[in-house]
Design a protein around this ligand. Structure first.
Ligand code: BGC
Length: 418
């Protein structure tokens, strides 16, 4: 018996990103970074999952998962490998992908920017340079004009907050910046880029639904009784979880060093894409997570998805799609429980009135996990990176049953959570 039934028409999907799965993406800043040996164990994305050639095979798997949606990204550097030169064959390939998804009744959710930048654009200062916004808009215009007949749901930028943090403060992604001010400038430029793209997309495709995929971390003070720990948690929450999204709601970019009125950014979300993975305990002694962790060391904290979704629905009043949620777990020992427990928490939020319309698991298959190379394994399917074979994990079987039932059975809960 299905104990946790999801609303009718709920979208079940998985999520991927171009550079992580396609292979042979040679014209972006990541490829340059990889060639310099900056990725763990000197790995390079290379052929990745070879999805550029094997996408039909991927879509067969999506069908076998009984999914009715799929989130993937278009690689700007493939479309525009040199400034102003659009590659028609790359556009053709993406068109074939979209047609194939539609034929299979799988709703595409398309991300326009997922961490990578064309090398020519990075060389002009990347997202620190406000001129980039116009280049980005030209690319967005091109894509949306080409594919407006096939795409209803767009995401302008994947995780502007995680990107700005990793690339400009934490220094793990190219161009390895380590400055809070730079991070905030990048966030500010990305907010403007999103807001303008929102308008451009609606001009070309008035009925389209436009959002971002926003990474939300559940921050808590390590010691709730400590004033300092509470301050740290608040600071993390403000910079990471709030500054960007509040700009898209209010038209005010309000951060510690940069404050700016951006009136055209107000009300530029048709829905909200939330990527949720973990909780971080903040404080003077950052210390270790309290609960079980993934291979990546991230705490497994299912209640976080419930809390985050409730809070952001309260803030935005927009329909929510979980555009990513998943775990690095090479042996697939913890994933079944992770998946089911997070979905039960999501269901709890829906029961309490939150308008959640879909869930995309990260990821369809193991792929190129950025600075970690192929070490971290997020796939429902295991990828053999020599043969490109995709192998069923137990979690994939479970997910396909969940999607088929549009919910979680009591037996499933008994087996994996008790
Ligand atoms: C990103 C993905 C990444 C995943 C796991 C998300 O922040 O959007 O590209 O693979 O996290 O680290």
């Amino acid at each position: 018996m299905v104990k946790y039934k999801f609303p009718e028409g709920f979208l079940w999907g998985t999520a991927t990103a171009s550079h992580q799965i396609e292979g042979d993406n040679f014209y972006n800043d990541w490829w340059e970074f990889e060639k310099q040996g900056k990725v763990k164990n000197g790995q390079v994305s290379g052929k990745a999952c070879d999805s550029w050639n094997r996408y039909e095979e991927d879509f067969d798997l999506i069908e076998k998962l009984n999914n009715n949606a799929y989130r993937f990204s278009i690689e700007w550097s493939r479309i525009e490998p040199e400034e102003g030169r659009f590659d028609e064959s790359a556009l053709e390939r993406y068109r074939s992908m979209l047609i194939s998804l539609r034929r299979r009744n799988i709703e595409p959710f398309v991300t326009l920017h997922h961490f990578t930048n064309p090398l020519w654009m990075a060389k002009r200062g990347g997202w620190l340079n406000p001129d980039i916004i116009d280049y980005y808009l030209r690319y967005v215009k091109k894509i949306v004009s080409e594919f407006k007949d096939l795409v209803n749901y767009w995401m302008t930028i994947n995780e502007p907050n995680a990107y700005a943090f990793m690339a400009y403060l934490y220094g793990q992604f190219p161009p390895q910046g380590k400055s809070l001010i730079k991070m905030l400038r990048v966030l500010n430029n990305m907010a403007k880029a999103h807001a303008k793209a929102y308008e451009v997309i609606h001009q070309i495709s008035p009925d389209a639904k436009v959002s971002i995929a926003y990474n939300v971390i559940y921050f808590e003070p390590k010691n709730p009784n400590s004033f300092i720990d509470r301050k740290f948690a608040n600071f993390g929450d403000r910079i990471y979880n709030r500054v960007f999204i509040e700009t898209l709601l209010t038209g005010k970019f309000s951060s510690p060093f940069i404050k700016e009125e951006i009136p055209y950014a107000k009300n530029t979300l048709d829905y909200l894409g939330i990527n949720y993975y973990t909780r971080i305990l903040m404080g003077l002694k950052m210390g270790s997570p309290e609960g079980e962790t993934s291979d990546f060391g991230w705490e497994i904290y299912p209640e976080g998805i419930y809390k985050v979704v409730k809070r952001f629905y309260g803030l935005t009043k927009k329909p929510i799609y979980i555009t990513e949620n998943g775990i690095s777990d090479a042996k697939d020992e913890k994933r079944p429980k992770y998946l089911i427990s997070h979905l039960i928490q999501l269901h709890r939020a829906i029961e309490e009135g939150v308008d959640v319309r879909g869930y995309f698991h990260w990821s369809l298959m193991d792929n190129f996990e950025w600075a970690e190379g192929f070490l971290q394994r997020f796939g429902l399917f295991e990828t053999d990176f020599n043969t490109f074979e995709r192998k069923w994990r137990e979690s994939a079987r479970i997910y396909s049953e969940i999607a088929k039932n549009n919910g979680i059975t009591e037996a499933m809960e008994e087996k994996f959570l008790k």
